[in-house]
Design a protein around this ligand. Structure first.
Ligand code: SAM
Length: 175
């Protein structure tokens, strides 16, 4: 099981990027997203995608996110994605090995991440040491974790499904 904790969300300013964090988590293989701030618009956009495109991706809100992280540590490992962390290239083989029998919680921030998150995490991992985006960082981390396999994943109960094609749009719709 892989979960993503979206730490922080600045209302209107973050609606689109927080939605993208959730959709990227789902599309690239995570099972659940946890927001720390409630946003009904983001929640309904994500739920609509799940309804149409299938699968069992969960959306929850945990205001007491420190407790959530602490409790998660009883069943899995906590990875915080940050540009200050150890380079993903070096650390990923170790995390991939651990993920065989442990759940993983991936934390991505919105604004400045509180210092104790660095201490709560088992791993602080950078996707390079330049500032970029939580969406990009999450995508690369999940792709490295699953080694590209989740890009072939079929989602159960999908109303819409794409058949990959180089030269035309092929879409299957199940009522
Ligand atoms: N300046 C903020 C700070 O000091 O924590 C980070 C803001 S950044 C726009 C939002 C999130 O993107 C970060 O919390 C982190 O999860 C992710 N991020 C950005 N660049 C990253 C990198 N090079 N490696 C890993 N994660 C990164």
């Amino acid at each position: 099981v892989v979960e993503v904790l979206r730490l922080g969300h600045r209302g209107d300013r973050d609606k689109r990027i927080s939605t993208h964090v959730a959709l990227t988590a789902r599309a690239l293989g995570a099972d659940k997203i946890i927001f720390t701030v409630e946003d009904k618009d983001v929640e309904s956009s994500v739920k609509k995608v799940v309804e149409n495109w299938g699968g069992d991706f969960k959306f929850t809100v945990e205001k007491n996110w420190r407790r959530y992280i602490r409790e998660f540590k009883n069943r899995g490992i906590v990875v915080h994605l940050t540009m200050y962390g150890a380079n993903v290239n070096e650390i990923m083989p170790e995390v991939r090995e651990l993920s065989k029998d442990k759940d993983i919680l991936v934390i991505v921030g919105a604004e400045k991440v509180p210092k104790d998150v660095y201490e709560l995490a088992d791993y602080n991992i950078s996707i390079g040491n330049q500032p970029h985006s939580e969406v990009a960082a999450l995508a690369i981390f999940l792709d490295r974790l699953f080694e590209g396999k989740t890009l072939y994943r079929d989602f159960e109960n999908a109303k819409i499904k794409i058949i990959p094609s180089n030269d035309r749009k092929v879409v299957i719709r199940n009522k």
